[in-house]
Design a protein around this ligand. Structure first.
Ligand SMILES: [Zn+2]
Length: 261
């Protein structure tokens, strides 16, 4: 069984077959648990609805750095109020994205909301899911400052060097690996997967985006995680079953509110 640690089934690209996927198709294709991750405030509400509708779906609540424009203290309070829901298992995705935002004012605003949401996670005792693009140094510095024995998370869609990945591993954090690892030009991520212990890797799609080869460019679903597991097995020289089992246990360790198998 595979633990899908990062999906966006609230996305409109799933409007046609969301019910079929979540009620049986994913299960029939070896997908055990699914974390649906909020990115916008609307996405958070939708994630919660999905988590409450399907047994094996859980929600992560948080505002993505590109979505903070309309975010407010009131929204933050809503997340806090819902964090105690048994199906809410993480805060995210939160973080820094300097790829699109080049001006210092915009980046500063991202850092403010990032820190506020990290503080919230600490307060409600939930792990975090980090989105970080073109912001390696600021992200690592913020996490080093935030990290404690009880406050860990996943660096989702990991895109930096293996050296930085090992800094996160040293702190007991997890590296999210998805479809990109199967791409021809994925040299950096391949090196990262080789360097990071399998005990610190979790499987994720970020679907509907980032479909792995041989479906690159198509709409992604958790069913395609088998190609990611296959690639990691090849890189680590272990069986696909071991990759699935160990990453499943890893996900249960970080998302500790998801208890049963
Ligand atoms: Zn995502």
């Amino acid at each position: 069984m595979i633990f899908e640690t990062h999906a966006h089934y609230d996305d409109e690209k799933f409007d046609e077959d969301r019910v079929e996927l979540l009620s049986h198709l994913l299960k029939e294709n070896n997908i055990g648990k699914i974390i649906n991750v909020g990115a916008s405030f609307r996405g958070c509400k939708e994630s919660l609805k999905l988590a409450e509708s399907y047994d094996n779906v859980y929600a992560s609540l948080g505002i993505h750095p590109e979505e903070i424009e309309d975010f407010s203290e009131e929204n933050l309070q809503w997340i806090k109020a819902n964090a105690s829901n048994p199906k809410v298992v993480a805060i995210g995705e939160i973080g820094l994205d300097y790829y699109w935002i080049k001006d210092e004012e915009g980046r500063k605003k991202q850092r403010i909301w990032f820190k506020k949401q990290l503080e919230l996670a600490k307060e409600v005792k939930l792990p975090v899911i980090i989105h970080s693009r073109d912001a390696a140094e600021d992200t690592l510095n913020t996490i080093v400052e935030y990290n404690t024995e009880d406050n860990k998370g996943i660096i989702h869609c990991y895109s930096y060097s293996k050296e930085i990945a090992l800094e996160y591993v040293k702190m007991g954090w997890f590296i999210g690996v998805g479809g990109v690892v199967t791409f021809k030009n994925a040299k950096k991520l391949v090196e990262t997967v080789q360097a990071v212990p399998i005990e610190n890797i979790v499987l994720e799609t970020d679907c509907p985006y980032m479909a792995p080869v041989p479906h690159r460019g198509e709409r992604n679903t958790s069913i395609y995680l088998k190609y990611v597991a296959e690639k990691i097995a090849e890189l680590k020289n272990i069986s696909i079953e071991d990759v699935e089992r160990i990453t499943y246990e890893n996900a249960l360790r970080i998302y500790s509110k998801v208890k049963e198998r």
